[in-house]
Design a protein around this ligand. Sequence first.
Ligand SMILES: CC(C)(COP(=O)(O)OP(=O)(O)OC[C@H]1O[C@@H](n2cnc3c(N)ncnc32)[C@H](O)[C@@H]1OP(=O)(O)O)[C@@H](O)C(=O)NCCC(=O)NCCS
Length: 140
Amino acid sequence: MRLKQIKTLPEFAEAVRLRLEVFYKEQKVDPLIEMDQFDKSAYHFIALQKKKVIGTGRVRIYNKKAKIERIAIDKRFRHKGIGTKLTRFMINFVRKKHISNIVLHAQCYAKEFYEKLGFKAVGKTFNEAKIKHIKMVYKK
Ligand SMILES: CC(C)(COP(=O)(O)OP(=O)(O)OC[C@H]1O[C@@H](n2cnc3c(N)ncnc32)[C@H](O)[C@@H]1OP(=O)(O)O)[C@@H](O)C(=O)NCCC(=O)NCCS
């Protein structure tokens, strides 16, 4: 398995394909919410297995903070540590930019996944794209 920042349009198209498969087809998120205006300025990342995109995520940097978003692992490749490795890769990318404030909005079911990576939940749960979320802040 290989992790990399997206640099080409075909790689981005594959990441979008996976995002739509996971967030639209599986989780029924409105595709017009899933794809948004921030895709243009965000940094995008993929996990590759034999040239196939099996994981993706993006980072938005604004106001001296980074927000990790759209982490999706191909259903057939979950629970193998790929989400953890991809998220760590994105955290390292952010830290190399000397940004220590890293936040995300976790779907509540995935809270433990992010806790294991060093994120702590803050505040109350809220709905985003009709799914229950909680804000989490990186504390390592
Ligand atoms: C959440 C997601 C990214 C996790 O990716 P993954 O590659 O399966 O995660 P990992 O194998 O690295 O899991 C590491 C730990 O996170 C936790 N975890 C992972 N998936 C979990 C789940 N569905 N429910 C509860 N805990 C979970 C477990 O503690 C796991 O440790 P374990 O393997 O010892 O049990 C993946 O399930 C996914 O793509 N889900 C659909 C899209 C989504 O909901 N994205 C998150 C939006 S906030």
